[in-house]
Design a protein around this ligand. Sequence first.
Ligand SMILES: Cc1ncc(COP(=O)(O)O)c(C=O)c1O
Length: 373
Amino acid sequence: MIRLTIPSIEKDDLDAVSEALASGYLVQGPRVAAFEEKLAAKVGVPHAIAVSNCTAALQLSLLALDMRPGDLVLVTAYSWIATANAIELSGAQPVFVDVDPETFNMAPAALAEKLSSLRAVGETSRRVRAILPVHTFGQMADMDAINAIAKDVPVIEDAACALGARWNGRQAGAASTMGCFSFHPRKAITTGEGGAITTRDADLAKRLRALRNHGQDPTAPSPDFIMPGFNMRLTEMQAALGQTQLAKLDRIVTARRRLAALYDAAFAKTAITPPRVPAASEPVYQSYVVLLPKEAPRATIIAKMRERGVETTIGTWHMPLTSFYKARYGHRPGEFPATDDVFARSMTLPLYESMTDAQIAEVAQALIDLVAR
Ligand SMILES: Cc1ncc(COP(=O)(O)O)c(C=O)c1O
């Protein structure tokens, strides 16, 4: 079976984890601090706060902005459900924004329209507290346009899939108020479970460090608790792995880009649409996601690909049309036309560093054959 993904785990990764275990210091110690320092340097910001996963990173970044019931957070409609859940569970309400049908990212024009309709009414204008674009499948959203539209509203990047990606030369996680990363095994580098928040803002960094550790003041010489907080810490074993993985990031991303270009070439002049990469964008291809022609029976194609030994899946989720958000806010098909379309037609193909050119060719040909039928 050609798997959707296989993490790049090598001997130095195994050694780093064993060494951390053998040290007897297992939680939130020197390896976590060193991992945070290296991650911050990589992203190009002064602060990185390691947490237990990206869902925690999103929750803490919203809480650090002091989200309250009734607050509104504008968020892309097409993402893994954790993005919307973090908003809902912070007490705020997600206000979904449609995507660009070719890049799968929040469409700046749709954001501008929704924001201006909220700003037109004093009551809703006051409730707008944050904008949460997602760097879908490892390609950054148009952060220049989004920041310009946001003006003074804080922007949180869901950069779960996008460590190493750039937009106009700016790194994911460095293009807004806060960036949230995931180190789940389906990402380019992994710590098993794991996440982090990056920021330039020292005050937010302090709040985030307190929130992840029971509300404890991270700067006080003796323990004191400055707010209610969670235990959302990273272990030393994960941070040891994070450091060895981070050292491989550029190599892994280079390989993923090369393999993605092979897929692009294979799908040129076919009915399958490869992902569009705007000129400003340097994606990391956390997932390689194509659009099938409208009439193609996607579920059957996914099943037939499996029969041929290739694991594939849908792209990601139409969050407003999942049962909970549909029932709670009355969303309906047609409200987010681009999301409706890409949710129905997108398909994720295998992509990982150790994939061979022959495997890429095999997957591409199998898909081209099945779509042609
Ligand atoms: C866009 C996006 N946001 C958030 C998450 C949540 O990340 P984690 O699994 O680390 O909690 C994911 C995970 O796949 C994701 O793809």
